[in-house]
Design a protein around this ligand. Sequence first.
Ligand code: HEM
Length: 113
Amino acid sequence: MQETEIVLLEDSFAEVRAAGEQAAALFYARLFVHDPSLRIMFTSTDMKEQGRKSLVIKSLRRLDSVVPALEQLAVKHVGYGVRDEHYTVVGKALMETLSVFFAKRFTLEYRAA
Ligand code: HEM
């Protein structure tokens, strides 16, 4: 990953995080439009999405170091009932959230990063 892409992701993530629950609400709304059956998986009322990608974002310059933590996270997800195809839906909802959130600033370069 190039330095310009890393900086783009770090800066934009900081902005999304600052928007907190508003960004999380947008994300869940998109997710449940695509697959309403996922709603029951998310039992907690406080929306935790904002914290989720922070480990990876902080480690973009040394992704190898987070592989063990991500493997553990993946195992936890199997326990939540998450299946392979759900990652596609979550990815789609995430891209839509960023697209709405950043509007004109969601450039092709940013989308690619
Ligand atoms: C690369 C993609 C993903 C990342 C980085 C990620 C990250 C996380 C993290 C960090 C947690 C909190 C775990 C903890 O408390 O220890 C979590 C919880 C959870 N994730 Fe994911 N996740 C991803 C994809 C998915 C997908 C595809 C689904 C299924 C729709 C999903 C469903 C859940 C559920 C149900 C929980 C627990 C309930 C909750 O915290 O609201 N995740 N995820």
